[in-house]
Ligand binder design. Structure first.
Ligand code: ATP
Ligand code: MG
Ligand code: FE
Length: 332
């Protein structure tokens, strides 16, 4: 089966071709218009999706050397995400399915982040635990089967990606700041400054206290030295990243014990973070975990994860009707 996958939930317009579970192309158009606003502007995002979607799909077909008439089904992100952005991908996919007389498959974006692990070997075996850390979500998910997943822990306020991006904003770094903090952190000392670890019960997370602590820390130090941030950027980034990673890891450790599962995966944009990836490799040695870390290309938003999720739904003949509507909020 050949699946066309479409992703448009936030500010990446992406199309991918998947043939029998193998990704043949994964084209991603990043929207740069948001940079000067320091965050994604929903109205500009949907307009950019409209401009990008046809060329991105054409490029995905060309790169895969596949013809439109050979597609078995079209899979698209139904939610969660920005409604105006989701509408572009949903409408395109409905029209494509109708015009070509093929089935339509709806995909949950957060499930797709997890199912990105089934693009390449080694693939995890069920059940496994997945720490999904992205721009809008922070979840520990008990993954029992492809579409049988249970959220066993999640953030009570900000997402881990937001903690990175908001810290970057405080440090005057451009949006999205996560990758930049990662870059500067490599040159810094993670123990230079100590930020508080929130005391949240169970498997849930909280990151808003950390953001406030960083804000006050920077404000107070700038009073003493106006060049504090510039002179200590690497140490600040390394210390913030270290704290975010230790918060995440503590809960994963707890979940692993609670469910007696040692197969641990990470997913979502923040799983591209080198500090998190290194820490997870160390934890694998220390606790005897089997860790699964996606290729960089499949961490942040991409349509390959939508196509692979769509492929498994296609095999299960789980199709959507033409009356389907996108959902800004969507659970699983
Ligand atoms: P969601 O998936 O929750 O709807 P999203 O799709 O916007 O949100 P993703 O594209 O999965 O999120 O991830 C984007 C987030 O990942 C941003 O917050 C970005 O800063 C963060 N991120 C990307 N690379 C890194 C990195 N190397 N280190 C830290 N954070 C990173
Ligand atoms: Mg994005
Ligand atoms: Fe995402």
């Amino acid at each position: 089966a050949i699946i066309l996958g479409i992703e448009s939930s936030c500010d990446e317009t992406s199309a991918s071709i998947c043939k029998d579970g193998e990704i043949l192309s994964n084209i991603i158009a990043n929207q740069t218009v948001h940079q000067k606003y320091g965050g994604v502007v929903p109205e500009l995002a949907s307009r950019a999706h409209q401009q990008n979607i046809i060329p991105v799909v054409q490029e995905a077909f060309a790169a895969a050397k596949i013809s439109k008439k050979d597609v078995s089904a079209v899979a698209f992100t139904r939610g969660p995400g920005l409604l105006g952005s989701l509408l572009v991908g949903t409408s395109f996919s409905k029209a494509f399915a109708l015009a070509n007389g093929i089935p339509l498959v709806e995909v949950n974006h957060m499930q797709a982040h997890i199912l990105a692990h089934f693009i390449k070997q080694p693939k995890p075996t069920f059940p496994f635990l997945c720490l999904t850390v992205s721009g809008g979500h922070t979840q520990i998910v008990l993954v029992k089967d492809y579409f049988d997943m249970e959220i066993v822990g999640q953030t009570t306020d900000d997402a881990a990606g937001e903690a990175f991006d908001k810290t970057a904003k405080i440090l005057n770094l451009p949006y999205p700041g996560g990758p930049l903090i990662d870059k500067y952190a490599r040159e810094g000392n993670p123990l230079a400054y100590s930020f508080p670890e929130p005391q949240i019960p169970g498997l849930d997370f909280s990151f808003s206290g950390l953001k406030t602590a960083i804000l006050y820390f920077i404000r107070d130090n700038k009073k003493l030295d106006e060049n504090f941030v510039e002179s200590n950027l690497a140490d600040i980034c390394a210390s913030v990243q270290h704290r975010i990673v230790t918060i995440l890891l503590a809960k994963v450790k707890r979940a692993s014990k609670q469910y007696n599962i040692k197969d641990i995966a990470i997913a979502g944009g923040v799983s591209a973070n080198s500090g998190l990836r290194n820490t997870l490799h160390q934890a694998a040695e220390q606790y005897g975990w089997n860790v699964f870390i996606p290729d960089f290309e499949y961490c942040t938003d991409n349509a390959a994860m939508i196509a692979i999720a769509g492929y498994y739904k296609y095999l299960a003949k789980d199709f959507a009707g033409q009356d389907i509507a996108p959902l800004a909020r969507m659970s699983f």
